[in-house]
Design a protein. Structure first.
Length: 64
């Protein structure tokens, strides 16, 4: 049983509150994830919260 307490460092990560697409619920600290690329068209963008980003190994669009 390990607690995963994230350090509250103030990086330039905006803590947005909104709907997380992965667990279908609202959460704070969501980031824009451009997970689905559809060829040359405009890919579908989704938002994911922190836990879901770790769980699914998602990379925020801004961190690429
Ligand atoms: Zn989530």
């Amino acid at each position: 049983m390990s607690e995963s307490t994230q350090p509250t460092t103030t990086e330039d990560t905006p803590t947005a509150y909104g709907l997380c697409h992965w667990h279908q619920g609202y959460a704070s600290g969501i980031r824009l994830i451009n997970a689905i690329e559809q060829g040359s068209g405009s890919g579908i963008t989704h938002f994911a919260c922190g836990p879901c980003r770790e769980l699914h190994r998602l990379t925020p669009f801004a961190d690429r």
